[in-house]
Design a protein around this ligand. Sequence first.
Ligand code: NAP
Length: 294
Amino acid sequence: MAEVVFQRLTLIGLGLIGSSVARAAKATGAVGEVVACDADAAVLARVAELGIADRVESDPATAVTGADCVMLCVPVGALAEVAAAIAPHLAQDAVLTDVGSTKVSVIRDVGPLVPAGVHFVPGHPLAGTEFSGPDAGFATLFEGRWTLLVPPPGTEAAAVDRMTALWRRFGSMTEIMEPAHHDRVLAIVSHLPHLLAFTICGTADDLADESRQEVLRFAASGFRDFTRIAASDPTMWRDVFLNNREALLEMLARFTEDAQAMARAIRWGDSAYIEDRVLRGRKIRRSLIDLKQA
Ligand code: NAP
């Protein structure tokens, strides 16, 4: 059996991602002990029932005491509050990490709260589903998926190496990325598609009652695929949008220009333009399948 990467991993927030990390940690043996902490007593009771952690703790200070790795798996907007509560109780040389979907805001809000002697290695597994809560998680969620690590300048290389080792044990591929670059990339590959999905479902819902019924009855794959994405957690996505404001608004502006260009092509019967755009979409889909990311 391979050695453990961390002796004790404390997870704060046991939703989809936190509970998947707990399961992966147990399944792979990458961690000696998993401690689970969540603000919601019902979530902790469920985690205990599922047996996916060695110990559950309702008090964050007690939960992080003695842990050599603390991973924050709460919505991005709650990270600073949690970090402030645990900071005085973190062990010397511990690694503090997170799984938040935005990184500039996390480094800005959490970075200054990290005590000297604690290594801060923010991260983001590019894996998830539209479901939330501890029942939604599964041990193989990260297999074959990317996890991006975004260490602030000056972070000790050994701490980054340990986080890399942990995610690789979970089956993830890892890459180190600069925070602003991370937020721009995620704005286009994840945040904008979610924005479009929420918006299109809202548009359909705003239609007169009769048309809305038709939308639901005859939802062909296009609309149906959007509704899957749009089923995601409202708190998580509110926080993502508000914490990646600049990059998301920039991508939305570019998208709006491109959508206008498509509208123009449709209005003037520019078949070549329309075909070219559809073909580009098809090529991107094929590339994803080739890269096993579809
Ligand atoms: P989730 O299923 O909604 O779970 C979040 C958990 O954190 C809930 O149990 C929540 O309790 C708890 N929580 C909220 N505020 C807390 C606090 N102040 N202290 C302790 N616990 C608190 O969310 P998730 O999908 O796992 O997302 C967690 C993080 O992963 C987010 O930062 C998100 O951006 C990131 N992420 C998500 C995905 C995805 O696809 N879902 C992918 C990659 C990264 P309540 O239920 O009581 O609020």
